[in-house]
Design a protein around this ligand. Structure first.
Ligand SMILES: [Cu+2]
Length: 214
């Protein structure tokens, strides 16, 4: 369904998306079953003139087959969903790649500052090379914010006094994505955005050299 969108994306994004679709599928399936049964019962047992009162059967454990079936279905669904989830958990840990670029992310009301390995600080624009492995060390100077890069399925809280790690693999094409704050942090929250700019590696290296760290 989203194959066109996923083609240009790194593999971790595809994994998160398929996980999202799995939960979505089970959620919609459960809704269809529950709502259909609800509507069926409403019509089947609607009040009609001369209907005798509903007979209540006092069979406490008479429905054990239904109970077992419900438990079996529920546990199978949970098993599939949890298995897929735990399979993907290792993707949260940044890869130990010597080529990874470590960038500090400092959130404050209401801007994003990116600190490059040479110490240079850039406000509002995260520039990375195509296909690069980017490891972000995220913190905040004032209140709780949250780093949100929805296009690459990256999200991590920015908390004062704490450094949280998130990582992503830059796409193989030159794109510009929007980074947003996804934790309500004051009146400027909606405008607390930055750009992720993916450039080719040669352009990245000359841009990085021109930064002049301090
Ligand atoms: Cu915010």
């Amino acid at each position: 369904m989203f194959s066109g969108y996923l083609e240009a994306q790194p593999p971790t994004v595809a994994t998160w998306s398929s996980l999202y679709n799995l939960y979505n599928f089970f959620g919609i399936l459960a809704a269809i079953i529950v709502i259909s049964y609800f509507v069926y019962v409403m019509i089947r047992y609607r009040h009609r003139k001369g209907t005798p009162p509903v007979q209540h059967h006092e069979e406490k454990w008479g429905n054990w087959k239904k109970i077992l079936l419900t438990l079996a279905i529920t546990s199978s669904v949970l098993f599939v969903a949890e298995y897929q989830t735990f399979q993907s958990e290792s993707l949260l840990i940044p890869p130990r790649s010597p080529d990874a670029i470590h960038i500090g992310v400092i959130a404050q009301q209401w801007s994003w500052t990116f600190v490059y390995p040479n110490g240079a600080r850039v406000v509002g624009n995260l520039t990375v090379p195509e296909g690069g492995t980017i490891i972000l060390n995220i913190t905040s100077l004032d209140v709780a914010h949250s780093f949100g890069l929805a296009d690459l399925s990256v999200g991590m809280d920015a908390i004062p006094g704490l450094t949280n790690t998130a990582w992503f693999e830059a796409p193989q094409n030159q794109v510009v994505y929007t980074i947003r704050c996804k934790e309500l942090c004051g009146t400027g929250h909606a405008f607390m955005t930055a750009k992720l700019t993916v450039v080719d590696p040669v352009a990245y290296n000359s841009w990085y050299a021109s930064l002049g760290g301090k």
